[in-house]
Design a protein around this ligand. Structure first.
Ligand SMILES: Cc1cc2nc3c(=O)[nH]c(=O)nc-3n(C[C@H](O)[C@H](O)[C@H](O)COP(=O)(O)O)c2cc1C
Length: 108
């Protein structure tokens, strides 16, 4: 449920695009989102991409006055990180590089 208060963040960004956009443009949006998230870190802010908002695309479209030609990709909660918050104690282990990438022709 905390997703839908943006985990208490004071700012929400909603990223949407025209429905006619295909997989290449969705990939572009992912890269754009990543760049925004990195720039936020550079400015001392934190963010949380929240795909969960896409389940309520119609509601968000109405709230923001967007046309039906727009599709909601994701929400991005933006604020200052609270490292002590319970949600930030959730373990998010990473797999090793060898598990994520198939190196061929050279050693990692
Ligand atoms: C595109 C995208 C959508 C996500 N959607 C959600 C979401 O709806 N709710 C959520 O709690 N976490 C969501 N996550 C995961 C978190 O935002 C975050 O990436 C994860 O907890 C790892 O955080 P960390 O990299 O700071 O450890 C999403 C991540 C991505 C990349």
């Amino acid at each position: 449920m905390n997703n839908y208060t943006g985990f208490g963040a004071p700012v929400m960004l909603f990223l949407h695009c025209s429905r006619i956009m295909g997989p290449p443009q969705w990939s572009d949006m992912g890269m754009w989102l990543q760049s925004v998230m990195l720039l936020l870190v550079e400015h001392g802010l934190a963010s949380c991409p929240q795909e969960c908002w896409a389940m309520y695309g119609e509601t968000i479209r109405q709230a923001l006055g967007l046309g039906d030609d727009q599709i909601l990709f994701t929400g991005l909660a933006i604020g200052y990180a609270d490292e002590d918050a319970a949600v930030n104690q959730w373990p998010v282990p990473r797999v090793g590089i060898d598990e994520a990438v198939d190196f061929r022709g050279f050693a990692p």
